[in-house]
Design a protein around this ligand. Structure first.
Ligand code: PDD
Length: 285
């Protein structure tokens, strides 16, 4: 039985009830986070909580939960559920109103919901063992505030589904200028001639925590040249290696893009080095 957190209480998932007038349900009016834990140890906890607080403040939701409050929720969800590797989902909506009206209501209390779910073991940094990704691509048809980790994910869901319908695992997105933004649920890295590049942060992509940790780890513990800049579709299609990063995948190698091989068509050496460093240092950032 899964134990979840709802508005200060821990209870069986079946007993967790939210009003259909909750603005999270009616408008997708909320912010969420997914924090990975391995044997109870979190990866990037502070960065995740800071991003959530930033998101809440950017949409005008006031919630006075401290880092310690969130840490306790994470710890409790780990200890009250099966141990092992668990993702922690945190969700704050603006709250439940008496009517459906677009304007932010005053005096509503945010709804805070959190649960944990099993995640796969972190990938082994071994080219012969990792499961590589096959991805498709699309014009990025989402909104212009993709830096906000909003629970309104229909655009992302539709882009993700494009890949599923083709028997693939992700969709890489390009803006109208044919520049890389991100993927539907991951950030994207490009490797060419041993230079590692990823799109610079702006409103077109989520400031991924895995992206942030990986950049810090590579800068501190490797000699690879690292670039955050505009990346063209042509560069993506001519890359030696492409990777996805996200909290549940860490660094994931892509071997085909739109059914064409990426580089040699097999998992690359730079991926192996990067995932090895990420595995080694991820708890220190
Ligand atoms: N997805 N970009 C998008 C659009 C995402 O949804 C995610 C995360 C990322 C990677 O961010 P991070 O490294 O902080 O996980 C990038 C999560 C895991 C999800 O929606 O389930």
């Amino acid at each position: 039985m899964s134990i979840v957190f709802l508005n200060g209480e821990y209870l069986p998932q079946e007993q967790a009830k939210i009003s259909p007038m909750d603005r999270g349900f009616l408008f997708g009016d909320g912010i969420y986070e997914v924090i990975p834990t391995y044997q109870g140890k979190t990866v990037g906890f502070i960065a995740h909580i800071e991003r959530m607080q930033q998101g809440l403040s950017s949409i005008g939701i006031k919630l006075d939960y401290s880092h310690e409050d969130w840490q306790q929720i994470v710890d409790n969800l780990v200890s009250k559920n099966e141990s092992g590797n668990r993702g922690i989902y945190l969700h704050v909506s603006r709250g439940t109103d008496s009517k459906r009206a677009h304007a932010y209501p005053s005096g509503v209390t945010p709804t805070v919901f959190a649960f944990s779910f099993e995640i796969p073991a972190a990938p082994t940094p071994d080219k012969s063992k990792v499961k590589p990704f096959n991805v498709t691509s699309s014009e990025d048809l989402r909104w212009k505030r993709c830096n906000i980790k909003s629970t309104s994910l229909l655009g992302n869901v539709m882009h993700f589904q494009q890949s599923q319908d083709l028997g693939m695992q992700e969709t890489i997105l390009f803006n109208q200028q044919q520049q890389l933004t991100e993927a539907s649920s991951c950030n994207v890295f490009v490797v060419k001639n041993n230079v590692i590049a990823t799109p610079a942060l702006d409103n077109q992509l989520l400031p991924g925590v895995t992206r942030k940790l990986l950049l810090a780890i590579l800068r501190e513990h490797s000699n690879y040249k690292i670039e955050e800049r505009v990346i063209t579709m042509e560069e993506v299609r001519n890359a030696d290696e492409l990777w996805l990063t996200s909290s549940s995948k860490e660094v994931a190698p892509i071997i085909t893009l739109d059914e064409k091989p990426v580089g040699s068509g097999s998992v690359g050496d730079v991926w192996q080095a990067a995932q090895a460093l990420f595995s080694q240092y991820k708890y220190q950032y």
